[in-house]
Design a protein around this ligand. Structure first.
Ligand code: ARG
Length: 465
């Protein structure tokens, strides 16, 4: 086949076809306009393959030199925007190979020895995704650091802790933020873990059955930094479980982002007024002059649906595919690309936004006071005075009911009033009924006492350093 024949995709594979592909089918089956994003990984994979072919004596040293030279030129062309991507050449792989052959002749045609686009594309996607997973790991670290900073500044700031979105017990705002740090830390762990399974080399599986050439797959794996070689050629070319696993981890990450977004939105609303987000993360309204809307967290909450959608798309794409490679798998790319883009943008913007939160401690404390957040503390106090917990719970329920009727907090009842519920109550109860006393009392590992929060801040800082 001559190099100008390779330019015409309708004839690219063989003389078997007696009519050219229809324009509609060409457009329908082509992937170059999205998979050209894989160009760097494609060239990297091709170079590693060619280097091995040469080491195994399957191509000459001259061919290897020509391939390197050609690939260097192609790299420059793509980087400068001069490279001409052709729909007729279907995908990134055929575009680069055709250009290589145009530039270096027969050496370019020898590159595909012992290789198929099936193991080539599986290798490219893994290589590309590995780099993205590493970047996402770094961005997750940045977001955690930003949250840890705000948490440290707010180790003492009192926030009403909620269950059922009803005031439950006071917590430190720092403690609340560190809950998200825990979530994002697990998300980062998931990335590290899935990277191990992602980082295995399919190349050498060829079309599906392996190849008759004496390839050195371990050598290619070492060159490309893969930890292992896929041990079954059918599996190597066909499974996209690594992409599904990544998208699943991405979905969980976005679910955590979405939960945080929901809280930021609530906290910024006038009814809460616990925080303010910097103006640069908000927008106004074209009709209501007073409005400042938390668009960024709202959009992030919305984009969570999009990423979860990609997970559904990929997992459904895989379902029912017989071994080995099927063209269905070409559909893995757009969801994967969009998931990566969405994740990276969202993580960057959240790290910046977290650093720019204005905390309004008085509003938080006022809200905590309104909700009888220290009722459990009074029950615990009575338990320490010898009452069984269930009885203490009942006594305090009566006290809260009366306080609500009087429109006061428990701490605003007089000692005499409190003693009417139980004579064991003494003057020291007022420390127990204070928000700060309640906070300080929860001084067990993982609890909200400010010194526990500070200890966690120190642990996270050491971990994230
Ligand atoms: N563009 C294809 C993909 O993304 C490359 C592999 C095509 N292989 C084939 N035999 N048609 O999956």
């Amino acid at each position: 086949m001559s190099s100008n024949q390779l330019d015409k995709k309708s004839q690219a594979w063989s003389a078997l076809f007696s009519e050219p592909m229809s324009e509609l089918v060409k457009r329908y089956t082509a992937s170059v306009f999205f998979d050209k994003r894989l160009w760097k990984a494609d060239i990297q994979g091709s170079l590693a393959h060619a280097e091995m072919l040469q080491a195994q004596g399957l191509i000459s040293a001259d061919d290897w030199a020509a391939i390197q030279k050609g690939m260097a030129q192609i790299t420059a062309e793509i980087e400068s925007g001069a490279f001409e991507w052709k729909l007729d050449l279907e995908d990134v792989h055929l575009n680069i190979e055709a250009r290589l052959t145009q530039l270096v002749g027969d050496a370019g045609k020898r590159l595909h020895t012992g290789r198929s686009r099936n193991d080539q594309v599986a290798t490219d996607v893994r290589l590309w995704l590995r780099g993205e997973v590493d970047e996402i790991g770094v961005l997750l670290g940045e977001l955690q650091k930003a949250l840890v900073d705000v948490a440290e500044q707010n180790a003492d700031t009192i926030l009403p802790g909620f269950t059922h979105l009803q005031v439950a017990q006071p917590v430190a705002f720092g403690h609340h933020l560190l809950a998200y740090v825990e979530m994002f830390a697990r998300d980062a762990e998931r990335m590290v873990d899935l990277r191990k399974r992602l980082n295995r080399l399919p190349l050498g599986s060829a079309a599906l059955a392996g190849t008759s050439y004496p390839l050195d797959r371990e050598r290619v794996a070492r060159t490309l930094g893969f930890e292992a070689v896929c041990q079954n050629s059918l599996d190597g070319v066909s499974d996209r479980d690594f992409a599904i696993e990544f998208t699943a981890a991405a979905s969980l990450l976005m679910v955590h982002i979405s939960r945080l977004s929901e809280e930021l939105i609530l906290w910024m609303s006038q009814s809460f007024a616990f925080i303010d987000l910097a103006d640069r993360f908000c927008t106004g309204s074209s009709i209501m002059p007073q409005k400042k809307n938390p668009d960024v967290p709202e959009l992030a909450r919305g984009k969570t649906g999009r990423v979860v959608g990609h997970l559904m798309g990929l997992i459904t794409l895989m379902k029912g595919q017989p071994l080995a490679y099927n063209k269905d798998n070409q559909e893995d790319k757009e969801p994967l690309f969009d998931t990566v883009d969405t994740l990276k943008d969202t993580l960057r913007i959240f790290a910046e936004m977290a650093a720019g939160i204005t905390v309004k401690p008085e509003a938080m404390e006022r809200a905590a006071k309104k909700g009888y957040a220290t009722a459990t503390d009074l029950a615990d106090y009575l338990v320490k005075k010898g009452l069984p917990f269930r009885d203490a719970h009942e006594v305090v329920a009566h006290a809260v009911k009366d306080a609500i009727a009087l429109g006061v907090d428990l701490s605003e009842l007089s000692l005499t009033q409190l003693q009417a519920y139980n004579p064991a109550i003494e003057q020291d109860v007022f420390e127990v009924l204070s928000l700060r006393g309640s906070l300080n009392a929860r001084n067990t590992l993982g609890g909200t006492a400010p010194n526990q929060v500070r200890a966690q801040v120190a642990r996270h800082r050491a971990r994230l350093a």
